[in-house]
Design a protein around this ligand. Structure first.
Ligand code: MN
Length: 371
């Protein structure tokens, strides 16, 4: 019952202004804040970090550095960094001792998807993912709003309530893209707050730049991955599973899940792949109350980490932690747990394309019978 409620600094009724005061207090007199995103940052993580940096600088003249781990591979995300000039540093090259304040955005300590050493408790945690991690509550400041569609929305509210009228246009563009990309254009896992936030700074968005970010050139490899994804997809009635095998960059796993869930008649998609020795997966569903986050957590029980939201979730199993399992075995366990959770285990798999072809070729009355 209380699972979905927003938890903010341990209270529900604290308003943004009070939070801003607390943030100011925490960073007062600090030379530089380190802002860390989850590994392989997506547009929401990048926008939230970019906006937090802007808030610190423009409001309180506190400098900050944005750092992350992993690879930004998706063409749109690379375009975002390039076009908006987001200065992103590798976390591995940062001396954490040089920072007396560390902020985590779009992730939490113990979530398993960021590279902040386990021994470090960040001072600031801002996120929108379920579950709220135990270690998050140790942070001096945390703002976890699990009913929000994006972390960017939280940052947009901060900027609005900090009284920033003429918001930096690049920051506004980043935030809009962050919100849109996490909510699939304000249509998935979205709250009224996400829509409000967009409306507030709409007139500051650089639309041409945004269009360039959303429609970048893609490498030919991208098309071959697309081909592989489609031909590998297995259909269990209305559920698709998809093993991409080794992937060059991580975002492709989520991207293919997003694509496949748009297939007619498909209600759920599990997309998996192996990246630098770890198995990653993305879950997507058309069901508004799909509990994808709970299924993701069931799938990784005793194996790894997982979480997310009702309609989208993800997880990771490190092969290093499970040396007795091969990539194939782990993938099989994850797929089997997924199908079991959805009660599709007894259904015989079909090839997604064969199925569509048969359906297309079948006479109309037979299709009706199949219902
Ligand atoms: Mn997010």
């Amino acid at each position: 019952m209380s699972r979905r409620h927003p938890e903010i600094m341990g209270q529900n009724d604290t308003n943004n202004k009070t939070r801003l005061e607390k943030l100011q207090e925490l960073t007062r007199g600090k030379r530089k804040v380190l802002i860390v995103t989850h590994n392989h940052p997506d547009p929401d993580a990048l926008a939230a970090a970019f906006a937090l940096k802007y808030l610190f600088q423009s409001k309180w003249k506190v400098g900050s550095i944005i750092a992350t781990s992993g690879v930004v591979g998706r063409a749109e995300n690379r375009a975002m960094i390039r076009q908006l000039k987001i200065d992103l540093r590798p976390l591995s090259e940062i001396n954490l001792k040089n920072f007396s304040r560390i902020a985590l955005v779009d992730t939490q300590p113990g979530a398993g998807n960021n590279s902040l050493p386990k021994s470090i408790v960040p001072d600031i945690v801002i996120d929108h993912h379920v579950p709220i991690r135990a270690k998050t509550r140790l942070a001096q400041y945390y703002d976890i709003r699990t009913d929000y569609g994006s972390t960017s929305t939280i940052l947009a509210e901060y900027l609005r309530d900090a009284g920033i009228v003429e918001m930096d246009r690049k920051v506004a563009t980043a935030l809009l893209y962050g919100i849109r990309s996490d909510t699939r254009d304000l249509g998935r896992g979205v709250s009224p707050k996400d829509v409000d936030a967009c409306m507030h700074f709409y007139n500051r968005v650089l639309w041409r730049l945004l269009s360039q970010i959303e429609n970048p050139e893609v490498p030919r490899d991208y098309l071959s991955m697309l081909q592989k994804a489609i031909s590998n997809a297995r259909l269990y009635k209305d559920v698709v599973t998809l093993d991409l095998g080794h992937v060059e960059h991580l975002e492709i796993i989520a991207e293919m899940a997003d694509l496949m869930v748009r297939t007619e008649g498909v209600k759920w998609v599990l997309s998996l792949g192996e990246f630098v020795g770890d198995v990653y997966f993305s879950l997507r569903t058309k069901k508004r109350r799909g509990s994808a986050d709970r299924i993701a957590q069931k799938m990784v029980a005793d194996l790894g980490t997982g979480g997310g939201h009702e309609m989208l979730a993800g997880g990771k199993v490190s092969l290093g932690d499970k040396p007795h399992h091969s990539h194939r075995e782990l993938t099989d366990i994850l797929v089997s747990r997924f199908l079991k959770a959805l009660k599709r285990k007894e259904i015989k798999a079909q090839n997604l394309l064969t199925f569509s072809q048969e359906a297309a070729e079948a006479p109309a009355e037979e299709k009706k019978v199949g219902g």
